[in-house]
Design a protein around this ligand. Structure first.
Ligand code: PLP
Length: 402
């Protein structure tokens, strides 16, 4: 062969005796076939066959199979982000005239999708109390085709009674999807608790290093897998094998990362309950946390994300208290090796009264030395606590302050 041909025909080398522990990253758009007949029959191969890079490579199939095993499911599909995975379920299940229920504690972009996108296509949504349990019954009607669950909820971390919600939804003919990102498949298995779909934002603990975006949907029944794959195909959605390889690597260490992070985060959450700047620590392992009994029943343990609700008096000091941190970074998207902080204002609609605004400090614990993590936290909370020390000082009597 001439040089130019040699340049595009890579030499075939032996793979005999090469066995690596690493999963190869198979990049492909074109898949080639041994004969014209094999090419013509490429769509007869079934879902595990290879016909085009967009529809899967051995790398993406390995990740799918691993998640299917971890969740005890019937199949898994991958999407470019956790949000895409949630939206993919909604768009493949819901039709104009249908209705979806979402908890008030849902990941905010999901509410935005319902409000700004689904509504334009005649798909209604209603927001329910994450702690309603079987009380969800009163909100189910013949148009309700999907009940969305996120447990614990984003930011406020309410733990939902998934078995009770799933039973009620199924009685009414609705499917149930659950966002399991906080727990990962190692700490909770929603399919066994009644969900039909479970979403993981692999971006978080599975990826584990803040450098990849990927989402998955694992299903309990094969028919859901078939429907989702057909939907992905028609939308032209696929995932990068390089991203899959990063997540496959992340999953190898997810168990030890989560065990360490979960222990540290729980210790820190317990200790922070003592601070005078704190209204409440929102962590599912704390006995008074909303849904704690479901947490004990359904979860193997805690991961590393929790929130601290601050007392209103300390809020004016917050921005300054977050300056000059040595260990924590400020930002969203958690689950990596670095500890993160994000100040978040939540506005909830309370029954009987008007909207209530709460300022939370969302904390994601990483893999730094716990002493360094504590140095930052002590500095933040010491600065916030000054509000009370000044007003309680014996030198400033009521008269002097007036
Ligand atoms: C981050 C997150 C998502 C979205 O994941 P992306 O990959 O960032 O789109 C969905 N649900 C929860 C609970 C999350 O924390």
């Amino acid at each position: 062969m001439y040089d130019l041909t040699q340049c595009v025909h890579h030499p075939v080398v032996s793979h005999d005796g090469f066995q690596s522990l690493a999963i190869a990253t198979h990049r492909a758009s074109t898949i080639v076939f041994d004969s014209a007949i094999a090419y013509a029959d490429r769509h007869q191969q079934g879902p595990q066959g290879y016909s085009y890079g967009l529809y899967g490579t051995p790398t993406s199939r390995t990740l799918e199979a691993q998640l299917t095993l971890l969740h005890g499911g019937a199949g898994t599909v991958l999407l470019p982000s956790g949000q895409a995975a949630i939206v993919g379920i909604m768009l493949s299940v819901l039709r104009p005239g249908d209705r979806v229920l979402i908890p008030s504690s849902v990941y905010p972009p999901v509410l935005a999708h319902c409000q700004n996108y689904l509504s334009e296509f005649g798909i209604e949504h209603a927001v329910y109390d994450p702690l309603c349990g079987s009380g969800i019954e009163t909100m189910l009607d013949h148009r309700t085709k999907l009940v969305w669950v996120e447990s614990p909820g984003s930011t406020s971390l309410e733990v939902q009674d998934l078995p009770a919600i799933a039973a009620a939804a199924h009685r009414a003919g609705a499917l149930v999807g659950c966002d399991n990102t906080w727990a990962s498949p190692l700490l909770c298995k929603p399919l066994a608790l009644g969900a039909d779909f479970v979403v993981e934002a692999l971006t978080k603990y599975a990826g584990g290093h803040s450098d990849v975006l990927l989402g998955s949907v694992t299903v309990g029944e094969e028919e859901h897998d078939t429907r989702l794959r057909a939907w992905l195909r028609t939308m032209g959605i696929g995932v990068s094998p390089d991203d899959c390889a990063l997540v496959l690597r992340g999953i190898e260490t997810m168990g030890v990362r989560l065990a360490h992070i979960g222990r540290k985060a729980t210790d820190i959450a317990r200790t922070l309950t003592q601070s005078t700047a704190v209204e409440e620590v929102l962590h599912p392992a704390l006995p008074h946390h909303p849904g704690h009994s479901f947490f004990k029943r359904d979860f193997k343990g805690a991961s590393g994300l929790f929130s601290v609700e601050l007392k209103p008096q300390v809020i004016p000091l917050l921005d300054e208290a977050l300056d000059g941190l040595k260990c924590f970074a400020i930002g969203a998207s958690w689950g990596g090796t670095r500890s993160l902080l994000a100040p978040i204002t939540l506005t909830t609609q309370e029954q009987g009264s008007g909207p209530r605004s709460r300022t939370l400090l969302r904390i994601s614990i990483g893999l730094e030395d716990p002493d360094d993590i504590w140095d930052d936290l002590n500095s933040i909370f010491w600065r916030l606590e000054q509000v009370f020390k000044l007003t309680a000082s014996p030198k400033t009597s009521a008269n002097e302050r007036n």
